[in-house]
Design a protein around this ligand. Sequence first.
Ligand code: AMP
Length: 204
Amino acid sequence: MLAPPGGGKGLHSGRLSQATGVAHVSSGEHLRAEIGRGTSLGRRVASCMARGDLVLDDLMFEILTPVVVAAARDTGGFILDGFPRTVPQALRTAALGVELGLVGDAAVYLTAPSQVLIDRMLARGRREGRADDTPEVIGHRIEVFAQVTEPLVDYYASRQILVTVDADRPPEEVQADIRAQLAARGVPATRAASGPRRFRPASG
Ligand code: AMP
């Protein structure tokens, strides 16, 4: 699930996970949990996240690789939310997928006008008190997205797995569009359509 900050990655990944039974892996949630638990890893990423900068790739893979491996084992795959976020991360994730015998079915790109994103994040900041949902940091996160994450749109388009969804609509409509576009590509978007687990451990 690929989106600018405030695009609704978490919401729609969660709903798709419920519909398919495939695990939802949110990089941001895992990082916030590390910070919440006060682990040394959490202390290393806290200031970087609060500034709206990206956490170093090696740290991201240290945190997420075991989660992704367990998700594949337990649910046959994963819906990645907020990860990969750069082209180098995407290449490394694809390599991890090869090791697990999995390929990316689709990259869902949620779009919305900047002002809609900003208003959503400011509202979330008031509601949840996220350290990075402040006006200054929001602006920086949008810049970071444009510089290092948006190139992934072309990357996935060239791999012919890009699904673009207008996310400036009520959540039910957005989710229905995601599922319809996935189904049109033959990607299972409900539990019934998922059928038997497709995960097969890499041999050797
Ligand atoms: P999110 O919850 O997806 O908005 O992520 C919140 C913050 O966590 C980002 O602004 C980054 O600081 C950090 N983060 C989340 N995912 C990644 C990632 N894949 N690579 C680097 N940093 C990340």
